[in-house]
Design a protein around this ligand. Structure first.
Ligand code: PHB
Length: 396
C-alpha cells in the first residue's frame, strides 16, 4: 500500500468509525488542526507485566516533559487502556481508542500477542502505531507496514548473542525454559540458532502456560536431566518467581542459569540474592557509561522515586522518536507521509546508546552482556555491535 492509499484507508475507517460511534463527522483535516495531540496508550497495568507498563508510561512522559510538554508545538492528551496482557481483548481495545477516543497515535504494548492484535487494527485503519516493548517478529517482519514502528527490540535480538556467550563459557548442552507464547517461542528459536552456530545444542525445551508460575515440576526435570546450563525467557512478576524458585531448588550453584536480560529488569530488589551473579544479554544495562544514560537515570529516579529499567528506556525512546518526528513536521500529524519519513530517518540518542531505525522500522542496536552485581545490571562487554533483526519477509 502506498501513502495515498494508506491515507484514504484511514479516512474511510475514521468516517465509518465516526458513524458507528454516532460522533460528528468532522473532516480529518479539521481534526488534524485540533490543539492537542491525542496519544493512545495500550499497556498492561495489571498482571505479571503491570510494572513494565508503568515504567514505559513513566519513561514516555519523562521524554515529553523534557521536550517542554509539547510535540511539534502541540499539547498532548493521553488516553489509557489496561490491556491486561490479554490478546483476545486487543483488537476491541485498539478499536475503541481509535473510534471513541480518536487517538492520533496508538502506543503499545508489552505482550507480543496484544501487539499483534493492535497491529491488525493499525494496518486496517492506517493509524500510526509505536511499539514500546513487544518483540513479536512479524510486526517488523512478514507483517511490517509503513505506519508501524518499534522502539524496543525483536524477540530475536537480545538472545541472538547468548548462545555464543554460553558456548564460549564451555556449555554444550542446554535446556531452554519459558512461557508458551510468541515471546518465549521466538526467544527459544533465536537462542537455539545462535547456540547451534557456536557448537551447542538445546537438549530439552520446557514450557509453562503464560502467565502461570508453577515451576516446581520443571525444576525437578532440569535437576534430573543435568544439562551444562539453562537459558530462559521470563519477565516481570514471573521472572521474580522463576529466579527465586531456581535458587530455592538448589540449582543455582549446580547448573548455571542464563537468560535474555528481561529476567533481571525492574525486578532485582524483589529477587534479592537469588539473582546475584546471573549473566544475561540485552540492549540496555544500568551501568552504561554514557552521559545520556547518567542524566536519564538521575532524572527518572528524581521524578518517580524508583530506578529505571529497560522498559523505562524504551518508553523514553518512544517519546524521543515522537519529539523528533513532530518537531520536524511542526506537529502536523495529519501529514503521515512526512511523519513516517522523519521516523524512518530517526537517529535516537538513547540511554542504551545511539541507535537508528532499520529499513523494517526496528532499532539497530548494541546488545550487551551483563552480570548482576550487588543489585545492579552491570555491563561486562558488548556481546554484539549494531545488531539488526533479519526482518524475514518484510518488504518495505
Ligand atoms: C513480549 O511479549 O514480546 C515481551 C514481553 C515482556 C518482555 C519482552 C517481550 O520483557
Amino acid at each position: 500500500m502506498n501513502d495515498n492509499q494508506l491515507g484514504r484507508r484511514r479516512r474511510e475507517f475514521m468516517i465509518q468509525a465516526g458513524a458507528l460511534a454516532g460522533a460528528s463527522l468532522l473532516p480529518v483535516s479539521a481534526r488534524a488542526q485540533a490543539a492537542k495531540l491525542r496519544l493512545g496508550l495500550m499497556l498492561p497495568y495489571t498482571g505479571t507485566y503491570a510494572q513494565l507498563g508503568v515504567a514505559i508510561e513513566n519513561g514516555l512522559k519523562l521524554a515529553l516533559e523534557q521536550a517542554g510538554g509539547k510535540l511539534g508545538g502541540r499539547a498532548v492528551e493521553f488516553f489509557k487502556v489496561d490491556d491486561e496482557s490479554e490478546p483476545s481483548k486487543a483488537t476491541d481495545n485498539a478499536n475503541r481508542l481509535i473510534t471513541r477516543d480518536r487517538v492520533d497515535v496508538l502506543i503499545g504494548s508489552v505482550h507480543s500477542g496484544v501487539a499483534m492484535g493492535m497491529l491488525k487494527v493499525a494496518k486496517e485503519s492506517g493509524t500510526l502505531m509505536l511499539i514500546p516493548n513487544a518483540g513479536a517478529g512479524a510486526a517488523t517482519g512478514a507483517l511490517c507496514t509503513p505506519n508501524v514502528f518499534r522502539t524496543s527490540f525483536t524477540n530475536w535480538q537480545p538472545v541472538h548473542p547468548l548462545g555464543k556467550v554460553m558456548a564460549e563459557r564451555g556449555h554444550k548442552k542446554a535446556i531452554f525454559i519459558t512461557w508458551k507464547y510468541a515471546a518465549g517461542e521466538e526467544s527459544l528459536a533465536s537462542f537455539s540458532e545462535g547456540f547451534a552456530a557456536a557448537g551447542g545444542a538445546v537438549v530439552k525445551e520446557l514450557f509453562v502456560p503464560f502467565p502461570t508460575v508453577e515451576f516446581q515440576a520443571l525444576l525437578t526435570e532440569i535437576a534430573s536431566v543435568k544439562p551444562d546450563a539453562v537459558a530462559c525467557f521470563f519477565a516481570g512478576g514471573g521472572a521474580v518467581k522463576f529466579v527465586k524458585d531456581y535458587a530455592a531448588a538448589g540449582l543455582k550453584e549446580k547448573i548455571p542459569l542464563y537468560g535474555s536480560g528481561f529476567l533481571t529488569e525492574g525486578v532485582l530488589p524483589a529477587q534479592g540474592d537469588a539473582a546475584e551473579g546471573l549473566l544475561t544479554t540485552l540492549h540496555y544495562a544500568d551501568s552504561l557509561e554514557n552521559p545520556r544514560n547518567k542524566a536519564f537515570r538521575s532524572a527518572y529516579a528524581k521524578a518517580y522515586k524508583t530506578e529505571p529499567d529497560v522498559y523505562a528506556v524504551q518508553g523514553f525512546d518512544t517519546g524521543l522518536l515522537l519529539t523528533q518526528a513532530l518537531d520536524k513536521t511542526k506537529g502536523d500529524i495529519g501529514n503521515q507521509k512526512a511523519v513516517i519519513s522523519a521516523m524512518e530517518g530517526a537517529v535516537i540518542d538513547s540511554p542504551r546508546g545511539q541507535w537508528k531505525m532499520s529499513r523494517a522500522h526496528n532499532p539497530i542496536q548494541d546488545i550487551y552482556l551483563r552480570r548482576v552485581e550487588q543489585g545492579d545490571n552491570k555491563v561486562i562487554a558488548v556481546a554484539w555491535k549494531a545488531l539488526e533483526d533479519p526482518a524475514r519477509g518484510c518488504r518495505l
